[in-house]
Design a protein around this ligand. Structure first.
Ligand code: SF4
Ligand code: SF4
Length: 386
């Protein structure tokens, strides 16, 4: 058992994993439902968790709004690497006669009552939580943000998991005295939609560990911020990389937030697109033309292992201004005279008057343009708002 586990870890490392650990099924079955690996593999005995770190220079350029797209591309490359690491582990386990599955990285949620598809979802509970697996496998602990924090890379990692019926040697969880989160609250302070409370906390128990994490607003709140339907912070002085704005403050009540999120998703051209990543995330990740569109994740990207860097990261975020859409599909830091223009998609977009006044702008090639941006650009090109 120990030798097999060591060989699997070496294999994952040789495929590019920065961190790898093993958890037994037993310690994952007493947590929240999405921690339980039996949902995807009833015969499961062990979970292999692995992490790949993000490029910190690109992440810093992202949060300081120097450069948007390079961090998006980095995340896509890392997702490809994670799929390949999982595939190699699965292949090895199966060739040794075991059952094994490579858990999808994202966009696979447990069914919800009254939700015909993802556009009607409000809870977004994953089929299996990579975060809980990583906690149980000793890769990290949950920070105040609820994100997985590692000692070496902070929260700047992407996670993958393989489930197997093989019995492998489990790793120890990280002890309380080595917990990487010092409750600096920078994660709360850089969330444009105030998803993460600074003051109120709650407890979550997984793998025999009880973590104290922030009370959060309903999941639809993050969905609205992270999907880019509202990029502007409540201070109005900075945003994430989204050029979109709602013409109302986000509701406080869960029911209203949920209804708003559903209406925005229904109007979002991405949901009508045949290449919708919710249909097949893996296929999207390996499609060279699919643009990995990420505009936020600031609660994670701020969270370096070192406190000084976290404080500096927060400043980079809150001093880097707001974002506008250009007619070539790029997102740029908004000029002072940028204005808000209504769109048919239930949200407004920020664009500069110079951009809007171009009579016949050349359509620049922007591979893998995001569906919402593409349709909004078409609208801006045709509408009187120019
Ligand atoms: S930003 Fe600070 S409080 Fe938030 S998870 Fe990271 S270390 Fe913890
Ligand atoms: S991803 Fe963005 S919107 Fe969601 S909780 Fe983190 S900072 Fe807030």
């Amino acid at each position: 058992m120990a030798l097999a586990t060591t060989n699997l870890k070496s294999l994952a490392k040789s495929c590019g994993a920065d961190l790898i650990g093993v958890a037994s099924k037993a310690i994952l079955t007493d947590g929240p439902p999405s921690a339980d690996p039996r949902y995807l593999l009833p015969s499961v005995n062990s979970v292999i968790s692995f992490a790949v770190s993000l490029d910190t220079d690109l992440a810093r350029d992202f949060i300081s709004k120097k450069e948007w797209r390079a961090h998006c591309d980095d995340r896509k490359k890392i997702a490809q690497k994670l799929y390949r690491i999982g595939d190699s582990l699965v292949e090895k386990l199966r060739s040794d006669g075991h059952e094994a599955i490579n858990v999808d990285l994202n966009n696979n949620y447990r069914p919800e009552d009254n939700a015909a598809d993802v556009s009607e979802m409000t809870e977004f509970h994953p089929e299996f939580s990579h975060r809980y697996a990583a906690l149980a496998a000793g890769i990290g602990r949950l920070g105040f943000s609820g994100n997985l924090l590692t000692r070496k890379y902070g929260a700047l990692v992407e996670l993958g998991s393989v489930l197997t019926n093989a019995t492998l040697a489990p790793d120890s969880t990280i002890a309380d005295e080595d917990h990487p989160c010092d409750k600096c609250k920078m994660c709360s302070l850089v969330c444009p939609v105030q998803m993460i409370s600074t003051k109120i906390s709650k407890q979550v128990s997984v793998a025999g560990i009880t973590e104290t994490i922030a009370q959060k607003r309903p999941n639809t709140c993050c969905w609205i911020g992270c999907s880019g339907y509202q990029g502007l912070s409540t201070s109005g002085t900075w945003s994430n990389w989204s050029p979109y704005r709602l013409d109302q403050a986000l509701p406080e009540e869960k029911e209203e937030l949920d209804a708003l999120c559903i209406s925005l998703q229904k109007a979002d051209p991405q949901m009508q697109d045949a290449a919708n990543s919710f249909e097949n995330y893996r296929q999207a990740i390996f499609d060279p033309d699919w643009f990995y569109y990420t505009v936020c994740g600031f609660c994670r990207t701020v969270c370096s292992p070192d406190r000084k860097t976290r404080l500096a990261n927060r400043k980079l975020i809150t001093n880097s201004g707001t974002v506008a859409l250009k007619l070539d599909g790029s997102h740029v830091v908004a000029e002072e005279n940028a204005r808000e223009v209504e769109t048919p998609f239930g949200l407004n977009v920020i664009a500069s008057p110079k951009e809007l006044s171009q009579k016949d702008p050349e359509m620049e090639k922007w591979p893998g343009q995001f569906p919402l941006d593409r349709e909004v650009i078409k609208h801006l090109r045709q509408s009187d708002s120019r």
